[in-house]
Design a protein around this ligand. Sequence first.
Ligand SMILES: [Zn+2]
Length: 330
Amino acid sequence: MGANNYYDILGVKKDTSDKDIKQAYRRLARKYHPDVNPGDNSAEAKFKEVNAAFEVLSDKEKRRKYDKYGDKWQYADQLDEAARQQSQYRQYTTGDSSHFGGDIGGMDSLFDELFGGARSRGFSRRSQPRRGQDLETSVEVTLEEAFNGSSRMINLQDEQPCSTCHGTGRIQNLPCSTCRGAGVVADIKRLEVKIPAGVTSGSRVRISGKGQAGYGSGPSGDLYLNVTVAPHPVFQRQGTDLTVEIPVPLTVAVLGGEIQVPTPKGGKLALKIPPETQNGRVFRLGGQGMPHLGKSTRGDLKAKVNIVIPTKLTEKEKELFRQLDQLRPA
Ligand SMILES: [Zn+2]
């Protein structure tokens, strides 16, 4: 694992519990959040790093892969599969490991082999036309990305018709040596996908025709993105509504005034606080919440008043509060 080890980024040990990882993330995300550090590029970079680390370490499956393969964790399935196939192949080719370039122990050589051109997979395929398989992958986005819509580069395990035998698996009636008769070779497809505004955790985005290629003249399958939206340190989401706590000074709550409310767009909105506003009161800012998926309308932003009691009072201030206390009817 490199210098940017996800555990180091979150400042936790490798055997840390999920709960402690969440706590470390919350603390760091608050510290480096762009709302708290406007214009600070290093804080923003740190914020992204922390989010990337949390995305992996908060997901049981991703964390397991990360522990096993480090920064190549995204290729864990392919690496596991390649390791399995290599050990099988070895059994059939008593003692001859030269096909795989000698020693086949290390992960890096496996990785090179998988992505470096030596492709070999042992399935047999019939060549009649058939629709390609649907593919599925998971994508995590930030709340801001869910608000604006975003795009992602993703890596998909794929297979391509073998170019040596043109997918037939045979050359002059002998099994093709490139694909070992399968007619297809394994491939990694890099693809940019669009994630629409308004997605929520659990959204399944279908990307038509981006699954596995069809066989023969069959159509391609579809690609499905299983979306998760990462928790946000400032906004809490309920469907298309967002709640944000706004600190209101005691004097403003008592006498009335104006308060700035952060919005998911990134800006701030002025909110009028009427005199004698109680703690916990919620003001609804219509149409300032999350987009409805596939529509141009939006939910509401709910600003929840959190009255801030002044601290470090001077003697004079204390005296005024005492006078106030005596003035108030019991
Ligand atoms: Zn071939």
